[in-house]
Design a protein around this ligand. Structure first.
Ligand code: NI
Length: 255
């Protein structure tokens, strides 16, 4: 079944129909969801979702744009949350220079700290990197983040950067962007990368695939991404879905 490796079902965009939508997933072929924290508050709501729904797992962490809220107390709390039984990753963490807020030094500091946390507790990481290719790669290398392993979520760089991460054992998260007409670079990456490193992800409510671009996204649209991968790779949609599920279970250690 489809494994959605990156969702934000705690987002307010789902307040009107969250329960109904989540309960409809299995019938639509979506078997497992990793809900990803992006702040202290959303880490809390992510853990609550994981407690409520057997098929939902949690990633705990603070998104680069929210790192101004982090302090030592916050880090200690995140470490505690890593020990919760449904926690499978530290994320999403990283660098986002698109908004450049908070300042880069602050983002870098808490990215390093959260990478070290993942290493300490032995969980893989979910990395968000936007307009920050070289700094992300440098920090991942300097912190030996390949030991914990993880996924570069919503991968948006070219084949050369993909090779760097693949060589370190990382997975690449592929979502709705692949279906966009202007996604030439990402299509090259999907053609080039080994199938045993590909994860399917929505990043919902964001990043809805074509022809739903701009609408609220959900795991129900993931078959459109699987179809795009299958066309590029010349394999069936079922093979794509099976490989991506196996990869996600291996990375997040979900039996
Ligand atoms: Ni996300």
């Amino acid at each position: 079944m489809i494994f959605d490796s990156h969702a934000h079902y705690d987002d307010a965009a789902f307040d009107g129909d969250r329960e109904q939508l989540l309960m409809s997933l299995r019938g639509a072929g979506i078997g497992t969801v990793v809900n990803v924290g992006a702040s202290m508050a959303s880490t809390r709501t992510t853990l609550a979702l994981a407690e409520k729904y057997p098929f939902v797992y949690a990633a705990v962490g603070v998104h680069p744009s929210e790192t101004a809220e982090l302090d030592e107390e916050g880090m200690a709390w995140l470490e505690e949350m890593c020990a919760r039984p449904k926690t499978v990753a530290v994320g999403e963490i990283g660098l986002d220079y698109h908004w450049d807020e908070p300042e880069r030094a602050v983002q870098q500091h808490w990215f390093r700290r959260q990478l070290r946390l993942a290493g300490k507790v032995g969980l893989p990481v979910i990395i968000h990197s936007r307009d920050a290719a070289q700094d992300t790669l440098n920090i991942v290398r300097e912190e030996n983040a390949d030991e914990a392993g993880g996924v570069i979520h919503c991968f948006s760089y070219g084949a050369e950067m993909a090779r760097e991460y693949l060589n370190m054992g990382f997975y690449l998260g592929i979502g709705g962007v692949l279906t966009f007409k202007n996604a030439k670079k990402l299509k090259e990456v999907v053609a080039y990368m080994p199938m045993d490193r590909l994860l399917l992800e929505t990043d919902c409510p964001y990043m809805a695939p074509s022809p739903h671009r701009g609408e609220r996204n959900s795991s129900l649209y993931l078959p459109l991404v699987a179809e795009a991968v299958s066309r590029i790779r010349g394999i069936s949609e079922e093979e794509v879905i099976a490989a991506a599920e196996e990869n996600a279970r291996r990375l997040f250690r979900i039996a």
